[in-house]
Design a protein around this ligand. Sequence first.
Ligand SMILES: Cc1cc2nc3c(=O)[nH]c(=O)nc-3n(C[C@H](O)[C@H](O)[C@H](O)COP(=O)(O)OP(=O)(O)OC[C@H]3O[C@@H](n4cnc5c(N)ncnc54)[C@H](O)[C@@H]3O)c2cc1C
Length: 463
Amino acid sequence: MAEALAPATSDPLQTALAATGLDLGLVTDPDQLARFTTDATRRVAATPSLVIRPADTAGVSAALRLCQEAGRRVVLQGGLTGLSGGARVQPGEVVLSLERMTAIGPVDDLAAQIEVGAGATLQQVQEAAAASGLIFGVDLGARGSATIGGMIATNAGGIRVLRYGMMRAQVAGIEAVLADGTVITAMKGLEKDNAGPDLRQLFIGSEGTLGVVTRALLRLHPAPTVETNALCAVDSVEAAQALLRHLRARLGPLLSAYEGIWPEVYEGACALTCNPPLPTGAGLYVLTEIQGMREILQEDAFEAALIEAYEAGLCRDVVVSQSARDHDRLWALREACVDFTFSLGNLLPHDLSLPARALPAFLAEARTRLAEVDPQAGVYIYGHLGDGNLHYIVKTEARTEVSAALNGLAARLGGSITAEHGVGQDKAPYLSMVRSEQERLVMTRLKAAMDPAELLNAGRVLG
Ligand SMILES: Cc1cc2nc3c(=O)[nH]c(=O)nc-3n(C[C@H](O)[C@H](O)[C@H](O)COP(=O)(O)OP(=O)(O)OC[C@H]3O[C@@H](n4cnc5c(N)ncnc54)[C@H](O)[C@@H]3O)c2cc1C
């Protein structure tokens, strides 16, 4: 992209930034500023007057120091695939984008780690790992744009949490810059280091409110030589949970994914991608997967476990992928769930987390509550069922009432208002439903200690 040369300006911050002589990639051209306004929520946002796109950590540090001196609020942006409005611009905010910090280090195949710049995309990391016969444990549909910095900031989950955990489990080292420009480098990558509190954790899942992630050391895993998935039709969520229990018992750590797709979404996603792999009309569809090593994996273990499940009445129909093409086709169907719901436009998303035992009650009660709040509401559900994570999406005009009802119900049943997308701006009003006064007080003190002027991602998470 052609760089916008910063024109003569009346903005003292812009003048000070330009005077550093650093490569800060300033953008001020109104035509170019438009792409930095909002995230994947596509909700209306303010247009920033200035975007800073540093080339390196020194640039991030200098820029933040100058923003602090000028008392200017800063919003951090990665790939803008976030679904909670965390990166969406508020009036008066300067954007700090990590999009140019895309360096990807060599893979250390002894430590099974890779060093990456915060602006590297998930897909770039996946490709670098694959070139060394390794894989990165987190995968999600927005892989082409989501950045490692944004994924760390939101503690992203995705489709293989069951097997590898969330982003937190993949981070061996972090470099971050505080609001005043202080650089914290915790990049040793030691598996064991108990020398005081682990400062890396402060930046994982705090959604850019405590500092800017600039670099990370990520853990990698051996690439599986066997990868097979299957689509199962089941009667109910209880049946899906019984099937999960059965597959876990039979397959243990081989089980790498367990995704749920409810009928309305299944039909919509099939219409976008392929002929339905299984007939429509089931209560619920489950896409499950194993990953393992051919040498130690009993060849038909997956099919045998699924046949047992079928014979025991846990699933009413099943199709197992027979080739890499089949495998990809089933995953394409899962990814089309997102495309389908996005295509319906202006839907109200929820990213709920429920204790496994509360899931059936939540689904039943949610329907009852919705019928009370908005009898016309349309409901579209899919998600990471094996993790108790539902993407519960509602077509409604009563947006505030519906969100309050669903988030409140999840909270009452011991769940969370956000399993993986984060609080951002959009869920900040509901934080008190799931975090106690004492917890919020500690969060406020942490913020005050690390960003006393509240310039970094202000209004996100704590509101
Ligand atoms: C099609 C699709 C599928 C998705 N699937 C999943 C999924 O399965 N699981 C999941 O967890 N999420 C999913 N997401 C949501 C999204 O991809 C993740 O939240 C991702 O982590 C956001 O990364 P990003 O680089 O786009 O961050 P952005 O959207 O740019 O920012 C997200 C938040 O992180 C902050 N931030 C960004 N970069 C930094 C940084 N370097 N340092 C500190 N803070 C920073 C921002 O200020 C903001 O608060 C999906 C999104 C889409 C569009």
